[in-house]
Design a binder for this molecule. Structure first.
Ligand SMILES: [Zn+2]
Length: 234
């Protein structure tokens, strides 16, 4: 089976195919002279990074036989339909996605072929203990979190697993080098923008709400570039 970097949207998967180092034509998406994965040659020394990435997704799904009786019927689907809908990684239609999944299962020692023959689901999504330990929102849904934040307590939500959130936030930290020039950012009220005298901190009582602050809580927003952004917000 041959597929190529263009068959995928996901940058990490694209890079894993590119790192295999060969180009050619792709029979699945029709692209020519592109980075390709060829199962004939790329599986010779154990699973490649490309295969491992797809295995790590496919192994989350279990065949219907292994799902509990109370597993919701509408959450059981063919594996290719699940993966197409649950992960925004493919540039392909269902039948081509199935060809890739069939091949990955054939090259893997651990994946169960039954997931090609039966409907599949993700048992962990309905396992409260698993969710509490591994999901940012624990056993709750986004709507529960949103309502609590909006209607009950904006700053101290109990719907968040703070340990997991801290891990995720670690990956978003960006260090601004000492000496970097930053500008105070303010959304302009019209195309004229503000003059210099209007770019200081507003008195707390008249500070309007923003992404990081509530109304009347003054908060400094910074921008890297001196840009006029009225048209972006209009
Ligand atoms: Zn392709």
């Amino acid at each position: 089976m041959i597929c190529c970097a263009e068959c995928f949207k996901d940058l990490e998967i694209k890079a894993s195919i590119e790192s295999l180092g060969h180009k050619g034509a792709c029979p699945l998406c029709g692209a020519e002279e592109v980075w390709i994965y060829d199962s004939e040659s790329d599986s010779d020394f154990g699973n490649s990074d490309f295969e491992e990435l797809l295995i790590s997704i496919i192994e989350i799904y279990k065949p219907e036989d292994e799902l509990t009786d109370d597993f919701p019927d509408n959450a059981k689907k063919d594996i290719e339909e699940h993966i197409k809908n649950d992960w925004n990684i493919f540039n392909l239609d269902l039948c081509e996605i199935r060809i890739i999944i069939e091949n990955i299962i054939a090259t893997s020692k651990d994946l169960d072929e039954q997931i090609l023959m039966q409907k599949v689901g993700i048992p962990n999504l309905y396992d409260e203990t698993f969710l509490e330990q591994n999901s940012i929102l624990g056993k709750y849904q986004w709507d529960d979190f949103r309502k609590y934040l909006r209607n009950e307590n904006r700053f101290h939500t109990r719907y968040i697993n703070l340990e997991i959130l801290a891990e995720v936030l670690q990956d978003t930290v960006s260090v601004v080098p000492k000496g970097t020039k930053l500008y105070r950012a303010r959304v302009a009220k019209d195309e004229k923008g503000y003059n210099f005298g209007e770019m200081g901190a507003p008195p707390a009582d008249i500070a309007s709400a923003g992404r990081a602050n509530s109304k009347r809580v003054s908060c400094l927003y910074l921008a890297k570039f001196r840009l006029f952004t009225y048209s972006i917000y209009k």
